[in-house]
Every structure is written in structure tokens, then in C-alpha cells.
Write a protein that binds this ligand. Structure first.
Ligand code: UGA
Length: 442
């Protein structure tokens, strides 16, 4: 089977290498010349565990990369994996998707049967609109949302919890059989297949992401009360999670969720409610709590310094939106750096991932950055250099910082205080060493 993958960003690249690993003939297409050049040489453009290895194994064998759309002509299946970023009003921007669909038209024979699969996260009704674009073509459109987590995307791809496939009609077996063939590896592993109609499949993705985001916002809201009354949110979360009806995942209080998915998808879902004149009370609150959480934590830091952090120096540990990624989109660490810089603080930023540090440097260099108020910012590649002579440490990404030498940090730091925005540290141990410790709700 020949497969084309249009858009080799995060989702498209993981999909391309994985389908190649299943043995299919895969062509990854992207308009970004630089990216394609690098991929052709078997070099990954993302920081993702195991990706380089799979690329090297398949590239220029059953996996090729190109900027030309021509390969769609001979493909049985065309996956659309382009980005659907957020518009100013919160809705998903579908320009890339429709432009990609439009471009491939020129390469298709109207009579030849093909399946177009939409993997991009798209609002309800999008699959139907894409089908309308191809109304005079022999094409079926399939909705196939993805549930990969950055940092462990390949592991997630090969161990999915479900395969969701949405079709125009369940009576038409042809696209169903073809998609089951693509994902036969998972059929054999007894992974649940959800075969449903377009609208349901489209909503499953938003429903899942917004639910996880709501779990986080719920525990974050609780953390503020725990903080006030002297309770420990970590113990509360742990205890709640022991009840299998609640589950122990995504209950870690912190400074809020970030990344390219949760913030954007929560807002896009709000828009879909509003467009359909249904009030999204709970989901709106999820977004609001998330935006407020970082401000609440920042105020906590400020209060410690009697509301004046001008010329105070902070070590901010964690730049990416979560560990083991270089992705800074909607990163709470970057938001916090912005807040600190705006009030005259000096920031020394650190992340274990080199590319995350490079990306942070680029954000602040860029003229387009909101943070154009002068850069009292230094990005360092050594954690001990970062904490040297600072007035406080702020933890913004949930790395295991316990493994660092806190005896050494104690000697290097000017003022022994830690603001743990991810509740990652062993608070007892840190306090014993003579640090003041402020977590989230504990
Ligand atoms: C998320 C979903 O988990 C994936 O299933 C989905 O496929 C993906 O979005 C997507 O739509 O493409 P991802 O954005 O990689 O994946 O990140 P997560 O691991 O879900 O973490 C998101 C944010 O939540 C991070 O900022 C993390 O720090 C925060 N988080 C997570 C918490 O604050 N507390 C928790 O308990 C868990």
C-alpha cells in the first residue's frame, strides 16, 4: 500500500516513520524546504525519543521526503497532518488544511479511488467540508484523530489506547476495510477500534483533551485552597487517585498546562459550543483557571519579596512546556519569565534539552516576541551556573530536580529559597538543607 503524509510536523513525522516501520511505502510531504532537506538526510527535525533511529532505518528505502505533491497521484491513502493553530478569537484556523486539500486536487484523477484521512485536530464539520471539496472525485474522507503525547510520541503510537475512525456512512465498507488494513498491527494486538461517524470522531479528540485539561484545572483550583488552609495538595491528589473512578493521572497541581494542544483545543472547543449556541460553562472555567494559576504563583513569589522583584535575580528551571521536549509553545516557564522580566527582574533560564534552550534564545531575539521590553535574560546550559548568586529558584517544568546536588546548590545560591511550580522536589529534604520551600498548594 502506498501512503502520502501531508505535513511532516509533529504528528505527520511520527506517523510517517511509524507507517514505514509497518512496511508501507510512505512519502512525507512538506512545503518547508529546509525541513525536507534535513529529513532526506535521515536527520530528525524534532526532539523525540527513538525518532532518529527509525528515520535512519527507513529513510530512502520505504520512506521518502519531498516538497512536491506529485506522490499523491500514486498513493492509496493521503493523510492530512497540517497544523490547525489558534485564531485570535480562539477558533481553529483551517487555512493550512484547506490549502493542502486544494493543492492535491491537481494531482488526482477524478475517477481513481483514494482515501483522504484527516489526522489534524479539526472542529466538528470539517471532514464534511473536505468531502464537499472533493464531491466530484472518487474519494472517501476519514477522520482519524491522534492522541500522541510529545516526548513519548513513538511509544504512544505503538501502544495506543484506542484507534478512532470516523466515516461519512458506516454502510460504505470500502474505506473501513482500507483503514483496518493500515492499522492491522493494532487489530492483532486487540486495541479497541472505535468505528463511528465523522462528527463523533471529531469530538472525541476535543472531549479527551478538554477533559484532561479540566482535571488539571480542577486540582490547580483546589491547590489554592489547600495553600490557604495549610493542607497538602500532593497528598490530596494521591488519595483521590487511589479511587479507580477518579484515576491517578493528570492530577498533579502546578502552574498550569501548556503546549500546542491543551490551551488551543480547550479554546477551540469553547468556540464550537458557542457557534452552536450551547453554553460551555465548565470548559470556559478550565481555561480561566489555567490562565489565573500562573499569575497566582507569580504573586506568591512577589509577596515573598515584599512585592518588589526589581533587580532580583531568579533561576528559572524548565523552559519547555513539559520535560524532554524542545517545544516552548504556551510554556508556563516562558510565561513566568515574561512576568518576571516585566517587573524588572533578572532571569537565568535553564532546561536539560539543548534545543529547548536554543528555542528560548530565539524567542527573545525575535522582534515579534511580546517580550520586547529589554532582555535581562540569560539562558545557560549548566544548572549550577544557573543557580549561582540568585535570589531564588523557580521550578517551572516537572523534571526530577531531586537528582541534582542540592548541597552544592546551597553553596552557590545567594538566597536559599525555592518556588516549586511543579511540586517536584522532596520538600522535607530541601527544608532540612536550610532552604525555604514554597510549592503549589503545599
Ligand atoms: C496532549 C495529550 O495528552 C495527548 O493525548 C494529545 O494527543 C496531545 O495533547 C495532542 O492533542 O496532540 P501533550 O500536549 O504532549 O499531549 O502534553 P501532556 O503530556 O498531555 O501535558 C500537557 C500539559 O499539562 C503540560 O504542560 C503538563 O505540564 C501539564 N500537566 C500534565 C499538569 O500540569 N499536570 C498533570 O498532572 C499533567
Amino acid at each position: 500500500m502506498r501512503i502520502s503524509v501531508l505535513g511532516v510536523g509533529y504528528v505527520g513525522l511520527i506517523l510517517s516513520v511509524s507507517l514505514a516501520d509497518f512496511g508501507f511505502e510512505v512519502t512525507g510531504i512538506d512545503i518547508d524546504n529546509k525541513k525536507i532537506d534535513k529529513l532526506k538526510r535521515g536527520k530528525s527535525v524534532l526532539h523525540e525519543d527513538g525518532l532518529n533511529k527509525l528515520l535512519e532505518k527507513h529513510v530512502n528505502k520505504n520512506l521518502t521526503f519531498t516538497t512536491s505533491y506529485e506522490s499523491v497521484t500514486s498513493s492509496d491513502i493521503i493523510f492530512l497532518c497540517v497544523g490547525t493553530p489558534q485564531n485570535k478569537n480562539g477558533e481553529a484556523n483551517l487555512n493550512f488544511l484547506f490549502s493542502a486539500a486544494d493543492k492535491i486536487k491537481a494531482y488526482l484523477d477524478r475517477k481513481e479511488y483514494k482515501v483522504i484521512v484527516i489526522k489534524s485536530t479539526v472542529p466538528v464539520g470539517t471532514n464534511r467540508k473536505i468531502k464537499e471539496l472533493f464531491s466530484d472525485y472518487n474519494i472517501d474522507v476519514v477522520s482519524n484523530p491522534e492522541f500522541l503525547r510529545e516526548g513519548i510520541a513513538l511509544q504512544d503510537f505503538f501502544n495506543p489506547k484506542r484507534i478512532v475512525l470516523g466515516f461519512e456512512s458506516l454502510k460504505n465498507k470500502r474505506p473501513i476495510i482500507l483503514m483496518e488494513e493500515v492499522y492491522n498491527y493494532f487489530k492483532e494486538k486487540d486495541v479497541p477500534f472505535i468505528i463511528t461517524k465523522w462528527e463523533t470522531a471529531e469530538l472525541i479528540k476535543y472531549a479527551s483533551n478538554a477533559f484532561l485539561a479540566t482535571k488539571i484545572s480542577y486540582v490547580n483550583e483546589l491547590s489554592k485552597l489547600a495553600d490557604k488552609v495549610g493542607a497538602d495538595i500532593k497528598i490530596i491528589s494521591h488519595s483521590m487517585g487511589l479511587d479507580p473512578r477518579i484515576g491517578n493521572k493528570f492530577l498533579n497541581a502546578g502552574i498550569g498546562y501548556g503546549g500546542s494542544c491543551f490551551p488551543k483545543d480547550v479554546r477551540a472547543l469553547i468556540r464550537q459550543f458557542e457557534d452552536n449556541r450551547v453554553e460551555p460553562t465548565l470548559i470556559k472555567a478550565t481555561d480561566k483557571v489555567n490562565e489565573e494559576q500562573i499569575i497566582w504563583f507569580f504573586n506568591k513569589i512577589k509577596e515573598y519579596f515584599n512585592n518588589n522583584i526589581n533587580q532580583k535575580t531568579f533561576a528559572v528551571l524548565g523552559l519547555a512546556f513539559k520535560p524532554n521536549t524542545d517545544d516552548l509553545r504556551e510554556s508556563r516557564g516562558i510565561k513566568l519569565i515574561d512576568l518576571l522580566l516585566k517587573e524588572g527582574a533578572i532571569v537565568k533560564g535553564f532546561d536539560y534539552v539543548e534545543k529547548a534552550r536554543e528555542n528560548a534564545i530565539n524567542i527573545y531575539k525575535s522582534d515579534k516576541s511580546e517580550a520586547s521590553y529589554g532582555y535581562n535574560l540569560y539562558i545557560l546550559d549548566n544548572i549550577y551556573e544557573t543557580v549561582k548568586d540568585v535570589d531564588g529558584i523557580v521550578i517551572t517544568t516537572e523534571y526530577n530536580f531531586n537528582k541534582e546536588d542540592w548541597e552544592k546548590i546551597k553553596k552557590l545560591i545567594k538566597n536559599k529559597v525555592v518556588f516549586d511550580g511543579r511540586n517536584t522536589l522532596d520538600a522535607g529534604k530541601i527544608k532540612k538543607l536550610g532552604f525555604e520551600y514554597y510549592g503549589v498548594g503545599r
